[in-house]
Design a protein. Structure first.
Lengths: 290, 130
């Protein structure tokens, strides 16, 4: 059994850990509110963008010559996966969930004998993937310096993806991120952005549009923007999810630390009483023998 | 039925402006300025750098945009843009900053014709503001 002194030290150390996790939880909660707000505010843009593209692609007359970003290269040999994770740890299962989802997708791709290329956004994802898929990672981006997700960063990633697409480096592009549902639930998502996947969205109106200039030109202007928009949306969702996940993880940690302190305190008190009793017995038996 | 129609401007960060009593909007479309009135035919077009004018009963507003897409449908005008500023909030120093940026971009030699053209447009528009 641990000595009284050891127990005292342990209780103190658990208490100070608890203080840290509590503070982190509070910080995450404050950040979460902001991140959640911006994720919600960002949704209209990407939804509108999707709508316009949907209307456009329905209106396009010449499907054969549609821009490659929309219709794909006609084959799907090389897959590019953009795995978006956080730059900081201590956020529960946030990163592992994305990685798990991504890994199962990677395994599927490789089983089918297709080529795989990975871009990681955020250093945690890179750390976890580089051991197994190190040779597949072609690029690693991290936005440690920027405090909040901003469109400028997303645009950088988007431009890079498009550049690689135009250079013929891949055929299909999928992004992985966590969709923010609420504080305790984040759903890892795999979303295909090139070629654009419009299946199951047949609700657009039949109404025809006037285009100025013509459809092709608008589409070729719009599609690259859409890539950046989708990536930006993923970044926003991710940052809200990260804070939410961290908040609940830190909440759990604080609670566990509290339980541990309680348990240790009981143990401490018991051994203190045991020590007192022992001393008393010694004194009494000493007095009796006289 | 009201006289006006609804306009909504969104940028990636948030819904920038929503107004539903607008009588006319003038947008700098790619092939020239375009005025949109109520019951305009459905149209999709994209923007070049310029000024969006929104005319409504509650007063006129002017915005500077650098790019974007407009969609008009069923008397709903949506403008998607990544860079937008209200001219009323824009002071001289902000204008100068933007102008300087645009000029730098226009003077780059390694850009293609289209981005060059867009940068020139930006410079031109910003100069007329001063």
């Amino acid at each position: 059994m641990a000595s009284l002194d050891d127990l005292k030290k342990r209780i103190a150390s658990v208490k100070s850990t608890q203080k840290i996790t509590k503070a982190m939880k509070m910080v995450a909660a404050a950040k979460l509110r902001r991140a959640q707000e911006s994720a919600e505010k960002g949704r209209p843009y990407s939804e509108k963008m999707n709508n316009v593209i949907l209307n456009l692609s329905n209106g396009i007359s010449d499907k054969e010559n549609a821009p490659k970003l929309l219709s794909g290269t006609g084959q799907e040999k090389t897959h590019l996966c953009v795995v978006m994770t956080s730059d900081r740890g201590l956020c529960g299962g946030f990163n592992s969930n994305i990685i798990k989802k991504a890994k199962s997708y990677f395994a599927k791709i490789l089983n089918e004998g297709k080529e795989l290329k990975i871009i990681t956004v955020g250093s945690k994802g890179n750390d976890q993937l580089k051991r197994v898929y190190g040779d597949k990672i072609i690029e690693n981006i991290s936005f440690k310096e920027s405090k909040n997700a901003n469109y400028f960063d997303a645009d950088k990633v988007g431009k890079m993806v498009i550049e690689k697409f135009e250079a013929g480096e891949f055929d299909v592009c999928t992004i992985f991120y966590n969709q923010f549902k609420n504080v305790i639930t984040q759903i890892p998502q795999a979303q295909q952005i090139i070629p654009l996947n419009n299946e199951g969205e047949e609700n657009s109106s039949e109404e025809s549009y006037e285009f100025e200039p013509d459809e092709d030109e608008i589409l070729s202007n719009l599609l690259p923007k859409n890539i950046s928009t989708q990536i930006f949306k993923a970044m926003l969702e991710n940052s809200a999810s990260e804070q939410g996940s961290r908040m609940s993880a830190m909440d759990n940690a604080t609670r566990n630390a509290g339980e541990m302190v309680d348990k240790l305190t009981i143990e401490y008190n018991r051994s203190r009483q045991a020590a007192i009793t022992k001393e008393l017995i010694e004194i009494i038996s000493g007095a009796e023998s006289l | 039925m009201s006289e006006g129609f609804k306009v909504e401007i969104v940028n990636p960060e948030k819904s920038f402006l929503v107004k539903d009593d607008v009588s006319e909007v003038v947008v700098p479309a790619f092939e020239g300025e375009m005025g949109i009135l109520k019951d305009h035919i459905s149209i999709i077009s994209f923007l070049k750098p310029g000024i969006i004018k929104i005319l409504s009963k509650s007063g006129d507003e002017n915005y500077y945009v650098e790019d974007g897409i407009v969609e008009f449908k069923n008397n709903n005008l949506s403008i998607l843009t990544s860079t937008i500023f209200n001219l009323a909030d824009m002071d001289k120093s902000k204008q100068q900053d933007l102008l300087k940026q645009a000029e730098e971009e226009a003077n780059k030699t390694d850009i293609n014709d289209q981005s060059k053209y867009l940068a020139d447009q930006k410079v031109e528009v910003l100069k007329t503001l001063n």
